[in-house]
Write a protein of this length. Sequence first.
Length: 314
Amino acid sequence: MNKTDWIEYFEAIHSRIPNEAEIAQALVAGEFSDDEIAEAAEIVEETVSKEGNESGKTVTSVESSDDESITSATENKTADFKSKEKEVIEKLKDNQVISDGVQVASNYFSWVLETVKHPMSKASGFNSLYTYLTLGIIILFASLSSTLNLHAFYEKTIVNSSFSEFGSFVGISTKNPIGFGTFIGLLFVAALFILTLFFATWVALKVLKSPLTFSNVADKYTSLFIPATFLIVIASILSLIRLNMLSYIVFILALSIMSIALYYIILTAKNNLKLDDFYAKLLALMACGAIICVMTFILVLIFTTIIFKSAFTM
C-alpha cells in the first residue's frame, strides 16, 4: 500500500484527513511505503548489489575477506538508510508541531470571536486546551495590569509627593518597591484566586447535588470569562500608557463580569435537593461565598505582607 492509498483508507475509517504525526507513525509501523523512502531504498539496494557484483568478480582467491567487506558495506548502507529515514520522520514531526500550533491559534481565535457573541451557546470546535489558554491570558494580563497600577499608585502617593519626606523619616522606602517580584507574586495570587473560584463553584454545585464535574465547571467559566478576558487585556494596555484611572474602571468591570458568571452558573444549575429551590440556591451561594471569602482574605494578607516588607526599610 502506498501513501495515497493509506490516506484514503484512513479517511474512510475515521472520516477525517490524517495529520503529519499520524502519517509518520504509520510509516514507521510499516502500514504503507513512502515513494521517496522507497526510491532511497532502491538506490541503496542497487548500490549494494553493484558492489556485490564487483566484489564477486574478484572473489576467486580471497572469498572470505571479500564476504566480510560486502557485509560491512551492506551494513553501512543500511545504517545510512535508517539514519535518513529517521531524519525524515523527525522533520515531519517538527513540521507537524509547528502546523498544529498555528492551527490551534487560528481555531482559538475563531472560537473566541464566536463565544463573545454567544457566551452561553457552546461554540463549535471547542477544545479543552482553550480553557488553559483563556485562564493563562487572564492570569498574565490581570497580574500585569495590577502591577503597573500599583507601581503608579505608589509612585504618585509616596515617591512624588510631600509624604516622601515623612515616609523617609518613619522608615518607608522612597524607592518604588513594586517591580518584577510583585508581578511574579501577583501571578501566583491570580492563579490561586481562579482556582478558588472554580473550587467554590464546584462545591456549591455539589451542595445542589449537580452531576457536573470540576472539568465541566472550568469549561463553563471559560466561555463566560471571554468578555472579561477582553476587558482585562484592555485594562493592561491602558496601564501601559499610564491611563491608570481608566484602567481601574475597566478592571473592576471585568471582575464584575466574573462575579456575575459565578452567580449565573449556580443560579441556573438544576436543584436536586428536596429543599425549595430558593433555599437550596441560597445554601449553595453561602457555601461558595464562605470559601471565596476565606481564601481571598488569606491571599490578600499574604500579598500585603510582602508589599509592606518591601516598602518599609526599617
